[in-house]
Write a protein that binds this ligand. Structure first.
Ligand code: GLU
Ligand code: ZN
Length: 308
């Protein structure tokens, strides 16, 4: 892909088709869309269908249909991560000086409480040529990890404010290519955000603690980091994020206006009464005209999965 000069705002919505859209993912779609349009930006949709075992058949098509039903019109064509292995492979080879194979067992990793201890760390010079699996696109014999250091990675988030993390002590060297041959989310998301020239990432705050790892990859690839804004994640009364696992109710496309009204209300941009049941494009036009990022709450809890 040759890079064109790009406008100052390109945003995106990047759902994983593990289930239908629910009120949490619709909130992310609405906020990323309105924020982009309010800044004269473009808004792209990328289907993160990178992990077939976790996907639900038909979910990708259903998500696209729901976006259409809610007046969320995207630019360009929808990108499908399942078709982009060559891009991820290429990105991996650009990072090969920083990666190493890890053959730690699941049992060993379990004892580490999520912070990898660098057990398999080798500098590239110490690696056997055969273990540099970046050239093959099938399952590597081992996982590939990327080295990190402990320099704090600092983010000024548009919504959550200052956030920082030291990767070495906070997560350790992390996986880019899984043992089962699947590319890791961290690698694919950065490769695609670069390929699509994304400048602004508005998404759920459950991903805030992934952001420093992604910034590390942007830095190593010598690409500018996007601006980040992490939305409040809707949690149920038990404090769980809405997801398929917590039985979040899928949104109903025939209640699109009510769904948009509820999402805007949660974003502290409550529609005027006369627009509560107006067609979605009219509701969204109001939101674009009245959008103020500072109004977005940092956290939110609701008693049930249903909008109130
Ligand atoms: N596909 C990820 C998810 O649905 C979101 C990725 C992102 O926005 O960076 O959780
Ligand atoms: Zn290891």
């Amino acid at each position: 892909m040759t890079k064109q000069p790009h406008p100052s705002y390109i945003g995106r919505f990047a759902p994983s088709p593990t289930g239908l859209l629910h009120h949490g993912s619709l909130l992310t779609a609405v906020a990323s869309f309105v924020d982009a349009r309010a800044h004269q930006g473009s808004w792209l949709v990328r289907m993160e269908d990178l992990d077939p075992p976790r996907e639900e058949p038909g979910a990708a098509a259903a998500i696209i249909k729901s976006l259409e039903a809610h007046g969320l019109e995207w630019d360009d064509t929808v990108l499908f991560q399942s078709q982009r292995s060559n891009v991820y492979q290429e990105t991996l080879s650009k990072l090969s000086g920083w990666t190493y194979p890890c053959d730690c067992t699941r049992a060993r990793l379990k004892t580490l409480n999520g912070i990898y201890d660098g057990h398999c760390r080798r500098s590239p010079a110490q690696q056997q040529p055969s273990s540099l699996s970046t050239a093959c696109s099938t399952a590597p014999a081992t996982a590939l990890r990327i080295r990190v250091n402990d320099t704090p990675i600092v983010i000024e988030d548009l919504i959550q404010g200052h956030y920082q993390q030291q990767l070495l002590s906070g997560v350790g060297d992390f996986i880019l290519h899984r043992k089962d041959g699947l590319f890791a989310y961290q690698l694919a998301v950065v490769a695609d955000d670069i390929a699509q020239n994304i400048t602004h990432i508005i998404r759920g705050s459950d991903l805030l603690d992934n952001t420093p790892r992604q910034c590390w990859l942007f830095d190593l690839l010598k690409q500018p980091r996007p601006v980040f804004g992490h939305l409040p994640v809707i949690v149920n009364s038990a404090g769980q994020k809405l997801s398929k696992q917590t039985f979040a109710t899928p949104i109903n496309n025939s209640e699109a206006s009510a769904n948009i009204a509820a999402a805007l209300h949660r974003l502290n941009h409550t529609l005027p009464t006369q627009l509560i049941s107006a067609p979605c494009p009219e509701q969204l036009a109001w939101a674009i005209a009245h959008w103020q990022r500072e109004r977005i709450p940092k956290t939110m809890t609701i008693a049930s999965n249903k909008p109130t």
